[in-house]
Ligand binder design. Structure first.
Ligand SMILES: [Zn+2]
Length: 75
């Protein structure tokens, strides 16, 4: 086993090869899609591409709604 294969962030998959040996396949889990924390819809663009406040956390609709409510003093 190579040193990088001892990492716990890698998932292991045991597969039987056609010759009958069991080999281990190492793979990294895919990152989950970023979602809005209010409406749970997937966010467009990547986390670091949005320079807006709450970018990568809230979608544009929920953020505009939140700003409106904050300005009007309703929390
Ligand atoms: Zn939203």
């Amino acid at each position: 086993m190579k040193p990088f294969q001892r990492s716990t962030s890698l998932r292991k998959l045991y597969r039987r090869t056609p010759s009958g040996k069991i080999s281990v396949i190492f793979y990294r889990r895919k990152d989950s899609v970023a979602k809005c924390s209010i409406c749970k819809r997937p966010l467009r663009g990547s986390m670091d591409s949005s320079s807006r406040q709450y970018g990568g956390y809230l979608c544009h609709k929920c953020l505009s709604m939140g700003i409106k409510l904050a300005v009007r003093g309703i929390s």
